[in-house]
Design a protein around this ligand. Structure first.
Ligand code: ATP
Length: 134
């Protein structure tokens, strides 16, 4: 079977451990797809939708908000700042966070730091809204 060992860890604990056929996620340099026997690799993660294709072909979606990814000897380790499986995301909360961040940005008068924080919050909310199970 063409799989690799995948571990997904967050500060709150393990999110996944097992064999996978494919991992798709957003890095700071763009999207990447990891397949079995990918070259050894290390990157920082961005914010975006991630998809894990399990051994049986099932695809699970998640919101991944930053972290690090390494692939070494056919073992992939993803340490995420935040990793939320689509079924664990509360869409109403994400929409409310998006609306609050958008209103704050549109209202203006923010310092550079406040604007950066509001933009990051908006980005997180948009990723969660799009990944949340419909
Ligand atoms: P909010 O304003 O709704 O708290 P936020 O972007 O400030 O959004 P974060 O600081 O990124 O939230 O996350 C705080 C914690 O809440 C994390 O553990 C994260 O997994 C969880 N979380 C945030 N938004 C959601 C959501 N829509 N559904 C489920 N968990 C969420």
């Amino acid at each position: 079977m063409n799989t690799f060992h995948l571990t997904i860890q967050t500060v709150d604990g393990p999110a996944f451990e097992g064999e996978a056929q494919r991992l798709f996620c957003r890095t700071i340099d763009g999207d990447v797809a990891i397949l079995a026997h990918h070259a050894d690799y290390c990157t920082a993660l961005g914010m975006g939708e991630a998809r894990v294709t399990l051994e049986d072909g099932t695809v699970r979606k998640a919101a991944c908000i930053g972290g690090m990814l390494t692939m070494l000897d056919n073992r992939c380790r993803l340490l995420a700042t935040t990793w939320e499986w689509s079924e664990d995301i509360d869409p109403e909360r994400a929409h409310a966070a998006r609306d609050r961040a958008q209103a704050l940005i549109e209202q203006g008068g923010l310092s550079n730091r406040e604007l950066a924080l509001a933009s990051a919050k908006l980005q997180r909310a948009l990723v969660r809204s799009s990944v949340a199970k419909k």
